[in-house]
Design a protein around this ligand. Structure first.
Ligand code: ARG
Ligand code: ASP
Length: 716
């Protein structure tokens, strides 16, 4: 009897701790509320999302379109990750005033720093428009016929909706195109940097610690939204004033305990939870390894320069971090998918699905063969997908190629419309200085050598561009020699000459440029890619899209007792779980919380990843944690079983009462495969404890005036 209880109890505790899924806020009430309350939530689904009344969703923003942020004061203060604000932080850094290294805190609103191009977006409403969007779509349509019907329907919705100047509308596909939702958004374009901790706190552990637990990173930065005098969105103006939001989050001083209910509210970017076994097999064995290989080489080039040259280190910091981030994640993904036997799991799922399908005559009539065809289509795309991954990865690492692409685009505009050309040139004259600020042609030349080496040696001969190969042979198959020639001859690597020519005589400049060796080379490689690879992908991909959509629908009909959530697509989602440690391997157990003690344990004087400055060390020595420490210890990060992905960075971690307890910023190494195969025993999201954020702002940075703006609560 007792044994049975233990077994049942154990099962319940697993069941109760983790829930896979990134759920739609407008459907929480219908699908998830009961479950969330059972797990400990004390507020209602309507408190989270309510179309008619204020709700927590009014405090959440998409930050710059790539991260999440949240309002934490009635004066437009926004909290997000350090790595989300990093481009802005970098753009205000110089060798003389390096705020990456020193940190920055505005003492008054006047000192806050404007950021060209940075915006935040609120979601005003979410509406199911599946019927309208799918009107007229029939089973027998080709993918392109289907798409044009859908586009027409979306255009009608567009035309029928009145929008304010800063409002936008978009319609997104869910469940692989089985459902469509309409989003109305409001965007603020005046977002200023209020503060950031120095890099050694905001990015503590840099790449060694990235994607790992236990973690000790204070990954946060702070911005402020500005509005016009009427509290409406406006482009940047000196006269703008801090925005008064509809809602801002209250900050819990309570901290977390094991098993506490948590939820993450934000904008997860992209997941692939419903792939068939063949697709997962390819990710593990083909695609991830290829992309990892290219980035291995690219990172080695950057490292060589960044470790010896301070200016280059600043210039390439954001690029390095972004290349390294996915590179490391893919490695964790391969490991996790292998360890959890994800392919076998998919095969088992497929066999259960098939058994159930065959048992139901109607369903079987509708969907027989769909899964087999889908796996077959993936098999067919494999060789082209591999070249796509190599090619797109390597071409995008050579910055001269990206310059060429800009110029080719200008040339195409010129051929079409002389007036538009003038505007396009203006735009480039505006953008290029920012590009050149972070450009070093020696680094880039080395990159060219490494990337072209991969092009010629990793891609199967029949898919390589013959003209490129001929040029390569002409230069005695000596990439260094070839690169020297190309970079010496290309005017584009010289910012002054390029900007001057573009200013004085853009037509002639662009025209001449089109004959230059690098432009001819890239054009030829691109054409070759289009003809040999893109055409094949464009043939097979629609077939996959169609079958994937049918397979999704079939799974939902065949497995009626299962609750399905749509893959992430950069729209607002809620995911919930519990504060919980985990065991990544036999004999190893991870706790759910880390402390400042761990920062000190990792401390390596002078190290580029693990240095700690004297000020933080002194606070630690004196245990001077103010109201933010607990029992003489300063909490730093914690983990929970929330199902998150890229884009969720900066998302608020909320407790049972909907109060802010942390800031999501990462996942554990063993669980980065959650984008493809969520596994409750291994997948954990990593958050910086909100008390650490407050401690750094108040005690470390002396920016206590910002804490006064916030609302700290001591909930039960
Ligand atoms: N891995 C986290 C995410 O995907 C954090 C990345 C920023 N940190 C870093 N060391 N690059 O974005
Ligand atoms: N670090 C990621 C982000 O920037 C979050 C994740 O992938 O877990 O969105």
């Amino acid at each position: 009897m007792k044994k049975l209880f233990i077994v049942v109890g154990f099962f319940l505790s697993i069941v109760a701790k983790a829930d896979e899924g990134m759920w739609l806020p407008q459907l929480l009430e219908k699908i998830n509320e009961g479950r969330m309350k059972k797990m400990g939530m004390k507020i209602s689904a309507k408190d989270i999302y309510d179309i008619n009344n204020g709700s927590l969703k009014d405090a959440i923003v998409s930050f710059g379109g790539f991260c999440t942020g949240e309002l934490i004061s009635n004066q437009g203060l926004v909290l997000t990750n350090h790595h989300c604000g990093f481009s802005a932080i970098q753009s205000h850094s110089t060798i003389e005033n390096n705020i990456i290294e020193k940190g920055f805190w505005a003492k008054t609103n006047k000192e806050e720093l404007a950021n060209k191009g940075l915006f935040v977006t609120f979601i005003k409403s979410i509406t199911d428009v599946s019927d309208k969007v799918l009107a007229g779509v029939t089973k027998n349509m080709t993918e392109s016929e289907r798409q044009s019907t859908i586009d027409k329907n979306i255009k009608q919705i567009n035309d029928a909706t009145k929008l304010g100047q800063f409002e936008k509308l978009f319609v997104r596909a869910f469940f692989e195109g089985n459902a469509y939702y309409l989003f109305i958004t409001e965007t603020f374009n005046d977002v200023r940097l209020v503060g950031t901790p120095p890099n050694f706190i905001g990015n503590f552990g840099v790449d060694s610690d990235n994607w790992t637990w236990p973690r000790h990173t204070g990954d946060f930065s702070m911005f402020r939204i500005y509005a016009n005098k009427n509290n409406e969105p406006a482009d940047y103006s000196e006269n703008n004033i801090p925005y008064t939001p509809k809602r801002f989050l209250h900050i819990s001083m309570k901290g977390v305990k094991e098993n506490d209910f948590t939820m993450i509210f934000g904008f997860p970017g992209k997941t692939n939870e419903y792939l068939p076994s063949e697709a997962v097999q390819q990710i593990v064995n083909i695609n991830d390894p290829a992309k990892i290989y290219v980035r291995d080489k690219a990172l080695a080039v950057l490292r060589k320069y960044m470790h010896t040259d301070k200016a280059i280190k600043i210039q390439y910091a954001a690029k390095y971090a972004s290349i390294a981030n996915a590179w490391k994640k893919w490695q964790g993904e391969v490991l996790g998918l292998t360890k959890t036997k994800a392919v076998e799991k998919k095969l088992k799922h497929e066999s259960t699905y098939n058994t159930k399908l065959k048992a139901n005559t109607t369903l079987n009539e509708n969907y027989a063969g769909v899964l087999e065809k889908l796996n077959g289509a993936y098999k067919n795309i494999e060789q082209f997908g591999l070249v796509r991954d190599y090619y797109l990865e390597l071409v995008s690492k050579v910055e001269l190629f990206s310059l060429v692409n800009r110029m080719v685009a200008l040339n195409n505009t010129y051929k079409k419309d002389a007036k538009e050309f003038k505007n396009a040139v203006e735009r480039q004259l505006n953008l290029l200085p920012d590009f050149y600020k972070n450009y070093n042609s020696e680094v880039d030349k080395d990159m060219f050598i490494e990337m072209m080496d991969i092009y010629f040696n990793k891609i199967s001969k029949r898919f390589i561009d013959a003209n490129a190969l001929e040029q390569f042979y002409k230069n005695e198959s000596d990439l260094k020699k070839w690169a020297n020639k190309i970079y010496a001859e290309s005017i584009l690597v010289n910012s002054e000459k390029t900007l001057n020519s573009l200013k004085t005589n853009p037509e002639e400049f662009i025209n001449n440029l089109m004959q230059s060796e690098v432009v001819v080379l890239l054009n030829s490689m691109n054409t070759n890619y289009r003809e040999k690879i893109a055409t094949q992908l464009n043939k097979i991909q629609p077939e996959i899209d169609n079958l994937q959509r049918l397979y999704m629908k079939a799974q939902m009909e065949v497995m009626k007792d299962k609750k399905f959530y749509p893959d992430a697509n950069s729209t607002l989602r809620v995911t919930y779980g519990k504060v919980d440690g985990y065991s990544p391997a036999d004999g190893r157990v991870y706790k759910f919380q880390t402390y400042l003690d761990g920062v000190m344990e990792k401390y390596i004087p002078g190290d580029y990843e693990f240095d700690v400055d004297a000020k933080l060390r002194a606070l630690y020595e004196k245990k001077d944690y103010g109201i933010y420490g607990v029992n003489g210890k300063m909490p730093v990060c914690f983990i929970a079983s929330n199902h998150t992905t890229g884009g969720n960075s900066g998302s608020p971690a909320l407790n049972a009462y909907g109060n802010l307890i942390g800031l999501n910023f990462d996942r554990g190494w063993e669980g980065t495969m959650s984008d493809i195969n969520y596994d409750a025993s291994l997948c954990r999201n990593i958050m910086v404890d909100i008390r650490y954020v407050l401690f750094i702002i108040d005690k470390y940075a002396g920016a206590g005036h910002l804490i006064k703006e916030m609302k700290l609560v001591y909930d039960k």
